[in-house]
Design a binder for this molecule. Structure first.
Ligand code: AKG
Length: 324
């Protein structure tokens, strides 16, 4: 069969239509959450519009306050970590990996979540035990890509101890400025599952490079609570993308962009895939491009502690979007 230029152009148009359709579906799923953020805090809108542009961000960073020396020194659970090294790496790469949780801490959280029901795909109607994921998919008749604990995780003393560890606040203040405050604490599973929809992957921030626009300046600490290898849905971060932005990634409505487009700007070698033992922690500036990947064989159990500079949103504190 001969393929003519008209056939090729037709195929390219169809691909473009399919891409745009998927892009609109990805955006549509977040709209109820955006509207709720706007109602809760009208200052969210200028942030959401402007914080994607480098000039506006730079202006905002100028408002970073100096850190006041604390009177009492509190013990951290993290051994052998130098705050200055972490902040230097964040400033140059947007990423520091090498925080290690004590064994008893990640084991206590893993034990707590194994006997606590979680909510599938961020939806409180899909409540199930994480050990019964396959049965839950059959019961609810849909793929369940994630299982969140929302506020339930505050019932676990070890998770609260991580959230309140003084080293995290110290790093956050020295990176974001003296205004740094805790804005998220969440623990969730990402499950291997087939046929998850684009909308579910988008809500779970899986499979697509994106940057976060929840605040003007943010920092996220992530901890693996079980071992993570290539098949367990590792997190990927694009080094340097937090401080250098192509114009097309500033003047865009979308926070998610295709891998070839992102890596075309920053280079394949800038993408760091974070694998490691249970307890591995890393911290990133989530304005840099990043994503989770869909686990191929084993569920991933992850904790996030996020810092920002604006008052925390009630809804977002445990990572809960608005589902319609
Ligand atoms: O699940 C992950 O590794 C990614 C999480 C993420 O993208 C986010 O919190 O913004």
């Amino acid at each position: 069969m001969t393929v003519t230029n008209t056939d090729k152009a037709g195929a390219t148009n169809l691909e473009a239509i399919a891409r745009n359709g998927s892009m609109l579906r990805r955006m549509a799923v977040r709209i109820p959450t955006y509207l709720s953020d706007l109602r809760e805090n009208p200052a969210w809108l200028p942030m959401f519009v402007l914080a994607r542009t480098m000039p506006a961000r730079r202006m905002h960073w100028l408002g970073a306050k100096p850190v006041r020396a604390s009177q009492k020194r509190r013990e951290t659970m993290f051994v052998g970590v130098n705050r200055r090294d972490v902040v230097d790496a964040l400033q140059s790469d947007g990423l520091f990996s090498g925080l290690v949780l004590p064994k008893f801490i990640h084991e206590e959280i893993a034990a707590f979540v194994r006997c606590t029901p979680c909510f599938g795909n961020f939806d409180r109607r899909f409540e199930f035990m994480p050990t019964e994921h396959a049965q839950a998919e059959a019961r609810f008749g849909r793929p369940l890509l994630s299982g969140h604990y929302f506020e339930r995780i505050l019932g676990c003393k070890a998770a609260v101890a991580i959230q309140n560890d003084p080293l995290l606040m110290d790093i956050a203040q020295h990176y974001l400025g003296g205004q740094a405050k805790l804005i998220t604490t969440r623990v969730w599973w990402s499950f291997p599952t087939t046929q998850a929809s684009d909308a579910d992957k988008n809500l779970a921030s899986l499979g697509k490079y994106h940057f976060d626009l929840d605040d003007w300046r943010m920092l996220k600490f992530f901890f693996y609570l079980l071992p993570v290898d290539e098949g367990t849905g590792p997190h990927v971060y694009v080094r340097g993308s937090h401080k250098r932005r192509a114009l097309k990634h500033q003047l865009t409505l979308l926070v998610g962009h295709p891998a070839e487009e992102v890596l075309g700007v920053y280079g394949e070698q800038s993408a760091v895939t974070l694998t490691g033992e249970a307890g591995l922690g890393f911290v990133e500036d989530p304005f840099g491009f990043h994503m989770g990947t869909v686990p191929a064989h084993s569920p991933r159990l992850m904790m996030e502690v996020g810092f920002g500079v604006s008052p925390p949103s009630r809804r977002r504190f445990h990572g809960e979007p608005v589902i319609r």
